[in-house]
Design a protein around this ligand. Structure first.
Ligand SMILES: Cc1cc2nc3c(=O)[nH]c(=O)nc-3n(C[C@H](O)[C@H](O)[C@H](O)COP(=O)(O)O)c2cc1C
Length: 435
């Protein structure tokens, strides 16, 4: 290229950059640039790690024990095989579906995440607004830092309420009454927390409610002024829906100590029957991994089940959610809707889960990482990335809608470790016949 052309091009580029500078340096422009650099959920996780104090990032990112199940949740998606069909003419797939008869714009909704206000002062409200804006469902955690009434007043869309079985059934009854009064679309009963999981990162960091101020946390806060200013000016660090009940959330007890003191470790399917009497709307049971449990949940009155291991945060070494999904779908798929959460980090993970029989996926950490990056806008960006990946996946698979995914595309390999084709003798034949 002659030097004059090169200089003219450089001058042109520089002038455009200078003109765009005020916009790029504005608070709005800085957020947009920050999010533009996040091309996927993994980028958002890296950015969240930089922006949050370690104890807060670890609370979100961490899991139980050696975190094997948390890793499996993600890695087992990599073991699936999608099978495209060419030349179907499906160029603009429909992502709409219904969950429990409620229409949603995409088969992705927010998993309940407690104490989200520690991550960003917008907390649950930020994620709920992002979900509703996109036309999908927000599941508010019983352990949220925003109260039921605040979320309803500050958002405009469908929310479901997740509950635990507190020993104090009066509190559970009260939550149900508040959910009914505020028009929540479903109750989600989480059944995998009879006691707290062994989350060693939290223990090592001395994580508590509210967080303890130590020299280290002070130093970390100073190094992260964006997080600290929100946290100090608009603190959100108690379990808002149980405030004043049970004493725990108001004091600096560890999260595990709170759970072990407050939740009923002796819960059984009889309690679901009790809940069925107390709540006349749909009930989702979250935290099942086996056909036996899914069948018991449906017998006791569940309208839907969510295959979940709590993001690996409860019992380590249990199967990944995607590995457990097929047996649950086989057991109850004809009678109840089946959802999946755990390890969904890509739109094609959602496609694979739907191909294996899930009706929808819930996502936990991806939205919380997004919240850490830029509040509501960050959560919206995380959902947008997953949704656009899902849309592109459907086009590439040749599916015109989500219904066409069912059973057609995920190669039915078993995800049980003992049957890993790389380690099991004689498995070459098995995988050949699968193909
Ligand atoms: C920070 C955080 C808080 C959570 N709090 C709750 C909760 O209060 N209730 C609940 O049922 N599950 C809770 N979960 C589990 C999620 O609902 C979901 O099962 C899990 O995050 C899914 O895995 P993923 O993070 O890989 O998407 C929480 C998860 C995280 C990461």
């Amino acid at each position: 290229m002659p030097i004059n052309d090169f200089l003219a091009l450089a001058r042109h580029q520089l002038a455009a950059d200078v003109r765009a500078l005020p916009q790029r340096l504005s608070p709005e422009g800085r957020v947009a640039a920050r999010l533009d650099r996040c091309l996927n959920v993994a980028d958002m996780r890296r950015l969240a790690r930089r922006r949050l104090p370690r104890a807060v990032f670890d609370f979100v990112d961490g899991a139980a024990g050696d975190e094997v199940t948390a890793r499996r949740n993600i890695e087992d998606f990599d073991r699936l095989t999608l099978r495209p069909t060419a030349m179907t003419g499906a160029s603009a797939p429909a992502l709409t579906t219904t969950v429990l008869d409620q229409p949603v714009a995409m088969p992705i909704f927010a998993a309940p995440t407690g104490l989200t206000g520690l991550v960003h002062h917008e907390g649950e409200l930020g994620i709920a607004r992002a979900m509703h804006e996109a036309g999908t469902i927000y599941v508010l955690s019983a352990m949220a830092s925003y109260a039921i009434e605040e979320v309803v007043a500050g958002t405009d869309g469908t929310s479901w309420l997740q509950i635990y079985l507190w020993r104090d059934r009066g509190l559970v009854r009260e939550l149900i009454a508040r959910a009914r009064e505020r028009g929540f679309g479903a109750l989600v009963l989480t059944v995998d927390v009879p006691v707290a999981g062994a989350r060693e990162r939290d223990r090592r960091n001395g994580f508590g409610i509210p967080p303890r101020l130590t020299l280290r946390s002070l130093g970390e806060g100073l190094l992260r002024p964006a997080w600290s200013s929100g946290f100090v000016r608009r603190p959100r660090m108690t379990i808002a829906n149980a405030a004043g009940r049970g004493g725990g959330p108001q004091s600096a007890v560890g999260l595990a100590e709170y759970i072990n003191g407050q939740f009923d470790p002796a819960m059984s399917w009889r309690d679901l029957a009790w809940l069925r009497e107390a709540w006349d709307g749909p009930i989702v049971v979250k935290g099942l991994l086996t056909a036996v449990d899914a069948a018991a949940a449906v017998r006791a009155g569940a309208d839907a089940v969510c295959v979940s291991n709590h993001g690996g945060r409860q019992l380590d070494l249990v199967p990944s959610s995607i590995a457990a999904l097929p047996e649950v779908v086989d057991a109850v798929g004809g009678e109840a809707e089946v959802y999946l959460d755990g390890g969904v980090r890509r739109g094609w993970h959602v496609a694979a889960a739907l191909a294996l029989g899930a009706r929808a996926c819930l996502v936990g950490r991806p939205l919380v990482y997004g919240l850490a990056c830029a509040g509501e806008r960050g959560a919206a960006h995380a959902l947008h990335l997953l949704t656009e990946e899902l849309r592109a996946t459907l086009v590439l698979l040749g599916c015109a809608d989500l219904g066409e995914l069912a059973g057609r595309y995920a190669q039915p390999i078993s995800l049980l470790r003992s049957e890993n084709p790389r380690t099991k003798r004689g498995s070459a034949d098995e995988s050949a016949s699968d193909a």
